[in-house]
Design a protein around this ligand. Structure first.
Ligand code: ADP
Length: 623
C-alpha cells in the first residue's frame, strides 16, 4: 500500500503544530467535536432541501469513547461522512490558504498562532496522538474508507468496513512522559470535564459511556458499578442562554471554538431582541487584525442561524463593510430556513436585524471609547483605518455614524484625540479644525506650513494615513466647524503683525519667479504662515499635495496634480538675497528660484523632478 505524501507545505505546518504552537493541547478535543457537529449540520441542512433525506433528530449524535487498554480515544459522529476524494482533499492538504508561506514572508514569531486562523483544526489531534485513523462513510455512498497517518511522513487511504453513515476518528494517544500527561485524554472524568468546558453548547448530544456506582441492594457499604451512556453537554447554544449564567470565559471559549480569531476578543456583546423581529446574537470585536484584513481575500460576515440551524457561515449582508471586522453569530426564528442567498439579500427581516446590529456595534464602540479608552485605542490601532474608509465610502452616506468614532494624533496633546475633544478645547476665536498631512507625526511636526497655526497655540490634527484627508474632505465639517489644512490658501487667521511694508520690488520678483516656474506652480507669493522657514508649498483647490501623492501611487495612468503655490517668507534673509539677485544678477536668481522650489518639494516629501539638475545648481552657486 503506497503511502501518500502530504503537500510540502502541509508537512511543515504539521511539524510545527506537533511541536506545539498550541500550548493548550487539550483543545484538540474541541476541534474534533466541532468538526463532528459541523458534519451533522450538513446532513440537517441537506435534509431541508432534499426530500429523500429525512432528519430524525434522535439518530444524530456524537460519541466520545476512551479505551485505556488500547490507548485510543474515538470520536464518532453520524454526520455527512467523507468520500475517498473528500478524505484526500480535506485531510491530505492543510492550510490551503498558504498560511505557511505567509508566515515565512512576514517573519512572524514562531509562536504566532496560525492554527486558529486557518482552520486546520483536525490536525491538532497530532498534538496528542502517535497515529490518527479516520474511518468514514459518506452520505449516499456504499463504501467506507480508512485514512490513516502517523504524522508528517504521509498518510494512507484504503477501503474499509463501516455499517452506518458518518465518521469515526480514532486517536492513538501518546505515552505520557515527564513533561506531559497524555493519560488524561483517556480518563473518563477528565474527558467529561473537557467536553463541558469547551463543547457544552454543541447542538447535538455528545454521548459517553459513564461509570455509575450505586449501593448494592441490601448492602450498606458495597457498591456495584455499571456503565450507562449519558449525554454530557447541555446542548443549549450559548446565545440562547441567559447572560448572567455566562462568564467571560464562556464567551472567549465560544470565540475560540468558532475560530473567529486567534486573539482574545477585545469585547463581546450578547444581544437578545424580541419584537417585530426576534433574534439572539453574540458579537465580538477582535483585538488583532487578521493578516489579510485589508485585502480582497478577507470575507466579512456573521454566522447566521435560523432557529438553531446554521444557514450560512458568513452572511455578509449583516455587516456594513466598515464594521467588517466584527465576528459573531446571529440566530433568528423569523428567518425562513430554506431561503437562498439571493433572496436573503432582499429579506426584510434580515435588513432589520442588520440595521440593529450596525447601531449596536456603533454604540458599543462609543461606550468603549468613553469608558475604556485604552482598549479603544488598541481597537483603533487595528481597525481605525477601516472606520475612516467607511466615512469615505459611498460618498459619505454613513459618515454620521462614524464621525464620533474617529481619532487623530494631536499636536498639542501628543496622543490620539477625538473630534469632540478637539472642539471642546478650541479657543473661541478659532474658526477651523486644523490638520496637517504627512508621512509620520515626526515629519509633520517639522512642516513649515504648521508654523503660524502652531504659534497661535491652535491644535493641529496630524493625518498620516492615506485615507485620512479623503475622509475629512467627505466629512467637510464636524459640529459646524470646518476642517482646514494648514497648507491651504486661506488659514482664516488674522495676523496682528502689520504686514511688512511691501517692497516695491516684491511684485516684480514674484512675477519673475512665477514665470520661471510656470509649468510647476500656479503662483509665487509672500507667505503669511511662515515664521522661521524660508519657503514652503501650499495648495489651492480641492486636491491637496498629500492627496496628489496618494492618488498618483494608485495603479492608473492618470496623473493628478494639486495646484501648488510657492510661498516665500519675506521676513527671511533669503528674501533679501532674492531681491539682490533680481537687481544685480538674473542668472543667480534663476538658480535661487530652482533651488527654493526643489527645497519646497523635498520638505513636502515630493520627489525632485530632476535631482541631477538640482545638484548641479547647488554646485553652480558654490563656485
Ligand atoms: P475546518 O474544519 O476548519 O475546515 P479541519 O482541518 O478541522 O478544518 O477539517 C477539514 C475538513 O475536513 C472540514 O472542513 C470537513 O470538510 C472535513 N471534516 C473534518 N472532520 C470531519 C467529520 N467528522 N466529518 C465530516 N467531514 C469532516
Amino acid at each position: 500500500m503506497a503511502k501518500k505524501q502530504f503537500k510540502a507545505e502541509s508537512k511543515r505546518l504539521l511539524d510545527l503544530m506537533i511541536n506545539s504552537i498550541y500550548t493548550n493541547k487539550e483543545i484538540f478535543l474541541r476541534e474534533l467535536i466541532s468538526n463532528a457537529s459541523d458534519a451533522i449540520d450538513k446532513v440537517y441542512y441537506r435534509a431541508l432541501t432534499d426530500e429523500n433525506i429525512s432528519f430524525n433528530k434522535e439518530s444524530y449524535y456524537i460519541k466520545v469513547k476512551p479505551d485505556k487498554a488500547n490507548r485510543t480515544l474515538t470520536i464518532s459522529d453520524t454526520g455527512i461522512g467523507m468520500t475517498k476524494e473528500e478524505l484526500e482533499d480535506n485531510l491530505g492538504v492543510i492550510a490551503r490558504s498558504g498560511s505557511l508561506s505567509f508566515k515565512k514572508e512576514n517573519e512572524m514569531a514562531e509562536d504566532y498562532d496560525i492554527i486558529g486562523q486557518f482552520g486546520v483544526g483536525f490536525y491538532s489531534a497530532f498534538m496528542v496522538a502517535d497515529q490518527v485513523t479516520v474511518i468514514s462513510k459518506a452520505l449516499g455512498s456504499d463504501q467506507a474508507y480508512k485514512w490513516e497517518s502517523k504524522g508528517p511522513d504521509g498518510y494512507t487511504i484504503v477501503p474499509a468496513e463501516k455499517d452506518s453513515i458518518g465518521t469515526d476518528i480514532i486517536v492513538k494517544i501518546k505515552a505520557s512522559g515527564e513533561e506531559e500527561n497524555f493519560d488524561q485524554y483517556l480518563d473518563e472524568y477528565r474527558l467529561r470535564f473537557l467536553i463541558k468546558k469547551y463543547s457544552d453548547f454543541i447542538r447535538y448530544p455528545i454521548k459517553m459511556d459513564t461509570t455509575v456506582s450505586r449501593l448494592k441492594e441490601g448492602s450498606e457499604d458495597e457498591y456495584e458499578h455499571y456503565t450507562e451512556e449519558k449525554t454530557i453537554n447541555s446542548m443549549v447554544p450559548i446565545w440562547r442562554k441567559n447572560k448572567n449564567e455566562l462568564s467571560p470565559e464562556d464567551y472567549e471559549n465560544f470565540y475560540m471554538e468558532k475560530r473567529f480569531g486567534f486573539d482574545k476578543p477585545l469585547k463581546y456583546v450578547h444581544v437578545s431582541v424580541a419584537g417585530a423581529v426576534s433574534y439572539n446574537a453574540i458579537l465580538f470585536i477582535p483585538e488583532k487584525i487578521p493578516y489579510n484584513y485589508y485585502t480582497r481575500e478577507y470575507e466579512k460576515g456573521l454566522e447566521l442561524y435560523s432557529n438553531g440551524v446554521l444557514i450560512m457561515n458568513k452572511c455578509a449582508d449583516l455587516l456594513p463593510d466598515y464594521f467588517g471586522f466584527v465576528k459573531g453569530t446571529v440566530d433568528s426564528e423569523d428567518l425562513s430556513l430554506n431561503i437562498s442567498r439571493e433572496m436573503l439579500q432582499h429579506d426584510r427581516q434580515l435588513k432589520i436585524i442588520a440595521k440593529n446590529i450596525k447601531n449596536k456595534i456603533k454604540s458599543e464602540l462609543l461606550a468603549m471609547l468613553n469608558n475604556e479608552r485604552e482598549k479603544y485605542e488598541k481597537f483603533y490601532q487595528s481597525f481605525g483605518r477601516q472606520l475612516k474608509f467607511g466615512v469615505y465610502d459611498n460618498f459619505g452616506v454613513d459618515k454620521g455614524i462614524l464621525q464620533d468614532l474617529l481619532m487623530f494624533y494631536s499636536s498639542t496633546e501628543k496622543k490620539l484625540v477625538t473630534l469632540d475633544e478637539y472642539i471642546a478645547r478650541m479657543p473661541e476665536e478659532q474658526k477651523f479644525i486644523y490638520y496637517a498631512s504627512g508621512e509620520s507625526n515626526e515629519r509633520i511636526a517639522k512642516m513649515p506650513q504648521t508654523e503660524l497655526v502652531a504659534e497661535k497655540g491652535y491644535e493641529i490634527l496630524y493625518l498620516t494615513d492615506d485615507v485620512d484627508e479623503f475622509a475629512l474632505n467627505i466629512l467637510m465639517n464636524y459640529k459646524d466647524k470646518e476642517f482646514k489644512s494648514v497648507s491651504s490658501g486661506d488659514l482664516g487667521i488674522d495676523t496682528e503683525e502689520t504686514e511688512p511694508a511691501k517692497e516695491k520690488k516684491e511684485e516684480e520678483l514674484f512675477t519673475y519667479m512665477k514665470e520661471k516656474l510656470a509649468d510647476k506652480v500656479k503662483d509665487v507669493r509672500a507667505s503669511k504662515r511662515l515664521k522661521t522657514h524660508p519657503v514652503c508649498l501650499s495648495n489651492e483647490g480641492a486636491i491637496s499635495i498629500e492627496m496628489e501623492k496618494v492618488l498618483n501611487a494608485m495603479p492608473t495612468d492618470q496623473t493628478i496634480k494639486a495646484d501648488k503655490v510657492l510661498e516665500i517668507n519675506t521676513r527671511h534673509e533669503v528674501f533679501n538675497a532674492l531681491i539682490d539677485a533680481l537687481e544685480n544678477n538674473k542668472e543667480k536668481l534663476d538658480l535661487y528660484t530652482s533651488l527654493l522650489y526643489n527645497q519646497a518639494l523635498l520638505i513636502e516629501g515630493l520627489p525632485l523632478e530632476d535631482p541631477v539638475e538640482f545638484s548641479n545648481h547647488i554646485c553652480e552657486l558654490m563656485k
